[in-house]
Design a protein around this ligand. Structure first.
Ligand code: BGC
Ligand code: BGC
Length: 627
């Protein structure tokens, strides 16, 4: 049957090709210019506004609702739902990867989904989103850059723009159109597990670097080759939640209990500058502001963001973000869409107790038909989404640019990441000018659980959602980096637990955190763990000079140990290019990083932020030594 239809289509096409210019003409048609015969929305010579209005006028309610629906690919019940449910967007959540996690397979997967989308009645391409938050971090073999906290300490907008430009190239190399980045949270409490996703605790650093990131992803202008859509997140106040009000009684997804004045002063500037840079999408935040969920707030999403700030892109909800609004699912949908959410990240996680996208579609349709959501609100949402798709050139270039696929993880890209690592390190202590070390020492001992662990130095949002210890992808550990830069005559010993320090000239001990993301990283205790303390004690007892490197997503509490250390570097979560750390250790780069976050002395000081009335951190905001 399908065969016959297909053959009929072929015959019809041949017929049109042969007789098309005369077939079906009405009297007077000859006076119309040939261009007017092309369907307006398919015609790239037409203005985006004309194309959007033309397409919108052809769409049924189901097709419009489909555009507003975003599903994680792993929860697609059938791939054909992309066409039959008119889905407007797919995403890969953290770790939602094709079976074979290689750039090529990602590109093949993307093209396959896109082909299905294009086979629908109106042939509207999907927009595919992913968390490329420090490089294209779900993809094995991609270049992994330092997490934002490190880039905040580098505080170099040109660097951030370049990092984002390269991330965009790698994302585009797998076909993907859209990154849920930059995260322009302003983390005000180090206990929050997402602290490392923000550039720093002050709004001006976040505004400066967030703008640069948007420029890098979108190449200044949507639709230029190799660029992707950016998404500033999470609107608004995600970094300001009060400890104890969040998930599991901690910080993440909690309540930001501050005045409107403070909300605007601290958490809004990043959005002003992202919008100025032309950011095409913004993600709503899980947190509440004084008891109201951002996802439910018409005041925040519509009055403030769209009307007062004039944001013309679209607002996407966070993963099951509307589900947490009080009331049943249908009520959640009505509240969220009326508040100003344009696209809903459903994402369809039924196996994990989430709502199915078919139910979402059904309930949204019901709500519109019964008048609980005005049709004008639906049209506004779809207009915003379609406008971005047209501006991105998706209708003209829906498939992967394969020339970019092979450049994923290339030497040139990794060189930029290595430079980013060098610039992000902060030298906090350097007694008697111990650093930089000579490359010609006889014997160096390297120790600590984070010295030779690629997964640990990459942190969360790497290959999987929470991240993982071990060799999760391709890259160079800090130990390997050290071995690369020292002279061939130098012996580099590695002992994870710090035994055997006696015979070495110097010890480099790399301690800190292991990977986490979101609420799983919320921690009431940020002191060093027992393994780190034991390793440090062992090395210290050998009586040789001791350099400590902390690999972590935030400042850790070290006041009772630091006096034992001769030198200290905060390396944050540097990513795959461990040589960047070695470059600083051995003087190929004179450190320039400065703290973008106050370094507390004790847990009881947290939250602590620059500008506080009583301000007595271990290291002040802006602190950092050079050689
Ligand atoms: C996070 C977002 C992320 C989304 C998709 C959510 O849990 O809060 O930052 O973009 O998942 O992975
Ligand atoms: C996904 C993440 C998402 C999280 C939220 C995970 O399963 O992989 O992307 O942010 O769920 O709960």
């Amino acid at each position: 049957m399908f065969q016959i239809i297909r053959n009929k289509t072929v015959l019809w096409s041949i017929f049109l090709l042969m007789f098309g210019s005369h077939y079906g003409k009405e009297p007077g048609d000859d006076k119309v210019s040939p261009a007017a015969k092309v369907t307006v929305y398919k015609d790239p010579t037409k203005s985006v506004t004309d194309r959007v209005e033309d397409l919108l006028s052809r769409m049924t309610l189901e097709e419009k609702i489909g555009q507003m629906t975003q599903v994680d690919r792993q929860f697609l019940e059938r791939d054909s739902d992309i066409a039959t449910r008119y889905l407007g967007s797919l995403l890969s959540g953290g770790g939602s990867t094709p079976d074979e996690n290689r750039p090529q397979s990602w590109a093949d997967m993307y093209d396959r989904y896109q082909k299905i989308a294009l086979s629908s009645r109106l042939g509207i391409p999907i927009l595919y989103g992913i968390d490329a938050v420090h490089g294209h971090n779900n993809v094995v073999g991609a270049t992994i850059f330092p997490h934002n906290i490190g880039l905040g300490c580098a505080d170099d907008p040109d660097l951030v723009e370049e990092v984002s430009r390269i991330t965009a190239l790698e994302v585009a190399g797998t076909g993907i159109d859209w990154t849920f980045a930059p995260c322009i949270a302003v983390p005000r409490d180090e206990r929050w597990g997402r602290t490392y996703e923000g550039y720093g605790e002050s709004p001006d650093i976040v505004a400066r670097l967030g703008k640069a990131a948007v420029r890098g992803f979108q190449s200044g202008k949507l639709g230029s080759p190799g660029n992707i859509l950016a998404c500033a997140k999470h609107f608004i106040g995600d970094g300001g939640t009060k400890w104890g009000t969040g998930r599991n009684g901690k910080a993440d997804r909690g309540d930001t209990q501050i005045s409107e004045e403070e909300l605007r002063a601290i958490h809004l500037p990043g959005y002003l500058s992202a919008i100025e840079a032309g950011v095409g999408s913004i993600m709503a935040s899980y947190n509440q502001w004084n008891g109201t969920y951002c996802h439910a707030s018409k005041y925040l999403l519509t009055d403030l963001l769209k009307e007062e700030l004039g944001f013309e892109g679209f607002v996407v909800s966070d993963w099951e973000g509307i589900d947490q609004i009080p009331g049943d699912y249908k009520a959640d949908i009505i509240t969220a869409i009326n508040a100003g959410i344009d696209m809903v990240m459903v994402p369809g996680a039924v196996p994990f107790g989430g709502e199915s996208y078919t139910r979402f579609i059904e309930l949204l349709k019901e709500a519109v038909e019964e008048g609980s959501i005005p049709r004008s609100r639906i049209d506004d949402a779809v207009r915003r989404i379609l406008k971005i798709k047209f501006r991105m050139g998706l209708f003209e270039n829906p498939f992967t640019d394969r020339s970019l696929t092979e450049k994923i993880g290339s030497k040139e890209h990794r060189a930029v990441a290595r430079q980013a690592v060098r610039q992000s390190l902060v030298l906090l202590k350097n007694n008697n000018g111990l650093l930089p070390l000579s490359k010609n020492m006889e014997r160096i001992l390297v120790s600590g659980k984070n010295a030779d662990d690629l997964g640990n130095q990459c942190g969360g949002w790497t290959i999987s959602w929470q991240g993982e210890s071990g060799s999760v992808t391709e890259g160079t550990t800090i130990l390997e980096g050290i071995r690369e830069v020292v002279s061939p005559a130098t012996e580099v010993l590695f002992s994870r637990d710090g035994f055997g320090a006696k015979d070495a000239d110097v010890a480099i001990v790399v301690v800190g955190e292991t990977p986490y993301a979101e609420w799983e990283g919320d921690k009431a205790d940020l002191t060093l763990d027992n393994e780190d303390r034991e390793t440090l004690r062992r090395v210290k007892s050998a009586g040789i000079p001791l350099v400590v490197i902390i690999v972590s997503g935030r400042p850790l509490i070290i006041e009772s140990e630091i006096d034992d250390w001769d030198a200290l570097i905060a390396a944050w979560l540097p990513g795959t290019e461990g040589q960047g750390v070695a470059d600083v250790l051995f003087g190929d780069y004179n450190p320039t990083g400065r703290l973008s976050m106050s370094w507390p002395r004790s847990m009881s000081q947290i939250p602590i932020n620059v500008g506080d009335e009583k301000y007595d951190p271990l290291f002040e905001y802006g602190f950092g030594l050079s050689y």
